[in-house]
Design a protein around this ligand. Sequence first.
Ligand SMILES: [Zn+2]
Ligand SMILES: [Zn+2]
Length: 142
Amino acid sequence: MNCPECKTELVKKYYKGMIEVETCPRCRGMWLDLVELDQLEDTAFDEDAQKGSLFHYQRRGDRLCPHCGLPMDEFQYRLFDLHLNYCAVHEHGFWLDAGEDERVTSLMTRRARDIHRKEEAESEWKQVLRNMHAFLRKRDGS
Ligand SMILES: [Zn+2]
Ligand SMILES: [Zn+2]
């Protein structure tokens, strides 16, 4: 397989020692299938149900899939400010430019933090309601 960006032949590499990916030795881009993209996200945030839907504003891009040579779609990643390329025709995988892997993990770290904060706020609010109910019950009882 060749890099969709600079046509250099991709080489296999273990990403963070865990995920086997194809990378471009020249432009440092990275090719991942859906499972590998999920594994990459999981290094920062592994609650799949809370990640949000993956594809938004999908449209035809100008890069070609290194597997089948058909144009890939460009899409907005989970409504974040990040655009990735994807072989939509055969679902071969995703192309990440240099540094976009770090963007994916930092966005997932942020998401994990936001969700944790939201859960904390909700449980605090529930506690407020509980206290209020207890107070009202006590008042009614006396
Ligand atoms: Zn390249
Ligand atoms: Zn393809």
